[in-house]
Design a protein around this ligand. Structure first.
Ligand SMILES: CC(C)(COP(=O)(O)OP(=O)(O)OC[C@H]1O[C@@H](n2cnc3c(N)ncnc32)[C@H](O)[C@@H]1OP(=O)(O)O)[C@@H](O)C(=O)NCCC(=O)NCCS
Length: 197
């Protein structure tokens, strides 16, 4: 999915966004995404090595911005059923949201979340869902993501470091209403029953 009108007026190094199914990524694509993720998440750069462009659940769709051949922004999304309280619910799990450090603060993250919205709509999910650190939550809230107050989320940890043990966290869970309104999100704790993107 690309925007042909935008492509026609773009200068060569102006970031160009695409939404690409995982199965269409080439080895070069994985390597370029991995290189950017290792720079954007320096504390976890040992996760992102070579062509290993994910650290938990492999996404099914990537939102990628490139400047020339260089990946400058990225988000991964995968649909999955989670259990919220007593209800099984389809969500688009969003993760590995990042902008190349040199370009952070220039509005690329805002464009990225706009494309994430489009991708979630394309996937037809009622909600997007993600976990974010306290420092970055204002960024998501500004773009329509809403915190789940008083909710504990349980998920299997990233496996890039070894065994995928169960992790429980009390805050940092945000949802993005897509095909459903926010009140339709059920009450109760959030069980991913697996890993996050
Ligand atoms: C978070 C991130 C994707 C935002 O991208 P960006 O290109 O820097 O964002 P933008 O330039 O579009 O900024 C959008 C707004 O969010 C704010 N914002 C961006 N990052 C923020 C942060 N970490 N904390 C609080 N606000 C933030 C900006 O100040 C800006 O607000 P303004 O319009 O009032 O000035 C980027 O900073 C990044 O890659 N960080 C490292 C990786 C990371 O933490 N990813 C999130 C994992 S959950």
């Amino acid at each position: 999915m690309t925007d042909p009108a935008a492509s026609a007026t773009r200068t060569p190094y102006e970031p160009h966004f695409t939404i690409t199914p995982e199965g269409e990524l080439t080895l070069d694509d994985h390597e370029a995404v991995t290189a950017m993720l290792s720079r954007a998440f320096p504390d976890y750069s040992h996760w992102y090595q070579g062509a290993r462009s994910w650290a938990g659940m492999q996404p099914e769709l990537r939102v990628v911005a490139r400047s020339g051949d260089v990946v400058v922004a990225h988000a991964g999304i995968r649909r999955q059923f989670v259990t919220v309280g007593e209800t099984d619910l389809l969500v688009g799990c969003v993760g590995m949201v990042a902008v190349s450090p040199i370009l952070q603060g220039t509005g690329l993250g805002t464009q990225l979340l706009r494309l994430v919205d489009a991708a979630l709509d394309h996937l037809g999910v009622p909600f997007g869902a993600l976990e974010a650190g306290e420092d970055v939550q204002p960024f998501y809230r500004k773009h329509g993501w809403e915190p789940l107050e008083g909710v504990t989320g349980h998920y299997n940890d990233f496996t890039a470091d070894g065994a995928s043990t169960l992790v429980s966290t009390d805050d940092g869970w945000l949802v993005r209403p897509c095909r459903s309104e926010r009140p339709a999100w059920p009450a109760g704790d959030l069980h991913w029953n697996g890993q996050l993107v």
